[in-house]
Design a protein around this ligand. Structure first.
Ligand SMILES: [Zn+2]
Length: 248
């Protein structure tokens, strides 16, 4: 399996241990995500020192009002590293407004331009900003990964435009039946899975710090709602990650 989205630099457990436990649980590749310039440097260092770890580097919407948003030249330099597979996470979030919608949109547009310039996929964080996200992405021609998908209203546009749709541990929560309904509708060649470690640990390990080894719980729930075996969905999502991120 591939964990398409984790924040290894934000995990308390040493990354060597996390990678080892992941491998023992069948998770052989991890895309670790940078959220600000320092976090991107940390993510890249982890990708450099672990064969199975790749990096997506971006400045997240929560940082849109911070100095990081003005350091995209540094980001551009970091993105040239061979273990970088995407720009992001970037996007829009109207729930946790550490920056105004306009600041978030400016940063998102700038990172989309960077992804376009460098020919990289983009990893998108969208929370309660369905229409705004669809609008911002409308003119972007590259590969899009909608991470921690929690926007049922975005599904039809996402499927129509061929975006990859990634599900995290919150899709296993009892109070989120709508996410499982959506997960059942995503085309086989567009579904991805992630942990978003150390956040959003799935059932039955909810409440603990999340880690890539726990991915199997989410894959199991999604396989059930899609009427597939866990093994089939594990293989499918692994192959989809290869295609989405151009992994070896
Ligand atoms: Zn994330």
């Amino acid at each position: 399996m591939t964990d398409s989205h984790a924040h290894l630099d934000a995990c308390d457990v040493p990354v060597d241990v996390l990678v080892e436990r992941a491998r023992a649980a069948g998770v052989t590749r991890i895309v670790t995500i940078g959220t600000g310039i320092d976090s991107c440097r940390a993510a890249l260092a982890l990708a450099e020192s672990h064969d199975d770890v790749y990096a997506a580097l971006g400045v997240e919407p929560h940082c849109a009002a911070r100095p990081d948003a003005g350091r995209l030249d540094e980001l551009r330099e970091l993105l040239s590293h061979p273990k970088v597979v995407a720009v992001g996470e970037t996007g829009l979030d109207t729930v946790r407004q550490f920056a105004t919608p306009l600041e978030q949109r400016r940063l998102f547009d700038a990172e989309l331009a960077l992804a376009d310039e460098l020919g990289l996929p983009v990893v998108v964080h969208s929370r309660e900003a369905e229409q705004e996200t669809a609008d911002a992405l409308a003119s972007f021609g590259g590969t899009v990964v909608l991470h921690c998908f929690s926007s049922p209203g975005l599904l039809s546009a996402a499927v129509e435009r061929g975006y990859y749709i990634s599900f995290a541990g919150n899709a296993t929560y009892r109070k989120a039946p709508e996410l499982r309904e959506v997960a059942a509708l995503v085309p086989a060649d567009r579904i991805l899975v992630e942990t978003d470690s150390p956040f959003l640990a799935p059932q039955p390990v909810r409440g603990r710090p999340n880690e890539p080894a726990f991915l199997v719980h989410t894959v199991g729930v999604l396989a059930t709602v899609r009427g597939e075996t866990l093994e089939a969905l594990a293989t499918q999502t692994h192959d989809n990650a290869t295609a989405a991120f151009g992994l070896p």
